[in-house]
Design a protein around this ligand. Structure first.
Ligand SMILES: *Cc1c(COP(=O)(O)O)cnc(C)c1O
Length: 486
């Protein structure tokens, strides 16, 4: 038995070289990367079905196995053929940042456990506030993603809004129910957060959306009045800065006004679209985001970061600390040399945390925000291109006109002279999703818009081009036409 887990310097050199070769190979074969590899769960499980390994194995052989079974069969998030959900392609410098972060194994929890990482995270919080035009006083924290970012925002909201009830001590027992408002289009992470916070989804009011999938402000105000009359305390409005279905951006200024009038908290779910507020030509769509009490953002979306990283911003650091600080002798800071230290464990639920902000910091330094913004613009332009191609094709139908980079559409069949009826079109498009998965050349999923099933393309990858978009439509035509009985 060796006395440590470390390899010798020569051995490590070989392992790193092998890793480098594998990484370079991934990028060399990017354009041919399939969207999806159709395997049965049983088969994939069989690759890993073995007893707990007791003995060491050759790391080079292990990397060969990893390349074959894990990397080369990976779902094509990196490449240009991914359109499902909101899957950004990552970026090279952040991959290296993650590797370096793990190398020094910093714990981004207490300042003296990672001083550079703590200050970098504070810097990234300030940069993020600047990107979306939020207050420079903002406090914030890196979290696992948009879901955690909304949970964090609503946790602070609940604790700060009902400050006099001391909810962290007393819990919700004996309180009158309070209500949360969002639109029919809001992501289900709001439902999950409301459930986890003990508010209960019965108290979540889903307000209807208009024809553009934006919250109907009149209906919102009516519902607030109804709830007040019924004895509820309207507490929080969740606005969308880009819905996941269609990229709809609510009238954030209008929502902020209503929140102010009824003295409510205003949270913005900007997980999908929030960062687009940084583009001058798009800013007008986001007016009012600067008035939010809390904002949820996702950096593994439009900052092209590898998973996982999201961010919650609130108006100042004190709000986070008020919600999360809990004294403990083993974390006491009173004996430390300086009281200028910001302790992330006092501003968030996690104690041990990886230093997520480091990859954002490195990529902003390496590429510059202008270049990242150029990639955002490319995604928006390619979506406009896709919409144009669909509208110009007799065999496709466009169902949304998004401000962001999501297009919802249907395939109508190969022969416009033999028009399918509504039922057949619905059936064809639902059949297309598993058929495209089995084919694997592109990966795309569907959703429902006001009950109607549609194919949904989300374009959020700096490696896409017009040729990728043409390829998407060609593959759908090819797979779809074979689903039509002749
Ligand atoms: C992606 C998304 C979420 C969830 O974010 P995760 O990072 O997947 O947890 C929440 N809201 C919206 C609008 C999203 O697009």
């Amino acid at each position: 038995m060796k006395s440590t887990l470390d390899y010798s310097s020569e051995e490590l050199q070989q392992v790193l070289q092998k890793t480098t070769d594998i990484v370079l190979d991934q990028y060399a074969r990017l354009t041919e990367q399939k969207g999806f590899h159709a395997f049965e769960p049983k088969e994939v499980a069989s690759w890993f079905h073995e007893a707990l390994p007791q003995e060491s194995s050759d790391p080079i052989a292990l990397l060969d196995l990893v390349k074959e079974k894990v990397l080369d069969t990976a779902t094509g998030n990196l490449g240009p053929n991914m359109y499902a959900y909101v899957m950004a392609g990552g970026n090279q410098i952040s991959t290296i940042a993650d590797f370096l972060t793990s190398t020094i194994n910093q714990n981004a929890t207490k300042w003296h456990l990672g001083h550079a990482m703590t200050e970098i995270e504070k810097r990234v919080v300030a940069w993020t506030a600047e990107m979306i035009g939020f207050t420079p006083e903002a406090g914030g924290v890196m979290v696992s993603g948009g879901s955690a970012a909304t949970l964090t925002g609503l946790t602070v909201a609940r604790n700060v809004f009902f400050r006099e009830h001391k909810l962290n001590q007393a819990g919700l027992f004996g309180m009158k129910p309070f209500t949360v408002y969002c639109s029919s289009e809001t992501h289900n992470s709001t439902d999950k957060s409301v459930a986890l916070l003990g508010i209960g989804t019965d108290q979540l009011r889903r307000i209807p959306a208009d024809a553009d999938f934006k919250m109907d402000l009149h209906a919102l105000e009516e519902q607030i009045k109804i709830d007040i009359t019924a004895g509820y305390t309207p507490f929080c409005i969740v606005g969308n800065a880009g819905t996941v279905n269609t990229g709809a951006i609510d009238d954030l200024r209008g929502l902020a006004k209503i929140a102010e009038h009824y003295k409510m908290w205003f949270h913005v779910d900007g997980a999908y679209g929030g960062l687009i507020a940084s583009l001058d030509e798009m800013k007008h769509l986001y007016e009012g985001i600067e008035l939010a009490d809390s904002v949820a953002l996702d950096f593994h979306k439009w900052l092209y970061q590898p998973f996982e990283i999201g961010c919650t911003l609130v108006r100042n650091w004190g709000l986070l600390r008020e919600s999360y600080f809990k004294q403990a002798d083993y974390l006491d800071t009173s004996l430390e040399a300086s009281n200028q230290r910001l302790e992330f464990n006092e501003h968030y639920f996690q104690l041990s945390r990886n230093a997520k902000a480091f990859k954002v910091w490195m990529s902003l330094k390496a590429y510059g925000f202008k270049q990242i913004q150029a990639m955002m613009r490319k995604d928006l332009d390619l979506t406009r291109y896709l919409e144009k191609q669909i509208q110009a094709s007799a065999d496709f139908e466009l169902l949304t006109q998004s401000d962001l980079a999501i297009a919802c559409f249907r395939y109508l069949g190969p022969d416009p002279s033999r028009a399918l009826d509504e039922g057949a079109i619905a059936e064809l498009n639902q059949a297309l999703i598993p058929a495209l998965e089995a084919d694997g050349r592109v990966f795309i999923t569907g959703t429902r818009l006001k009950g109607k099933f549609v194919i949904r393309a989300c374009i959020i990858n700096h490696r896409k081009s017009e040729a990728s978009i043409d390829y998407l439509l060609d593959v759908i035509r090819d797979v779809g036409s074979k689903l039509i009985p002749v």
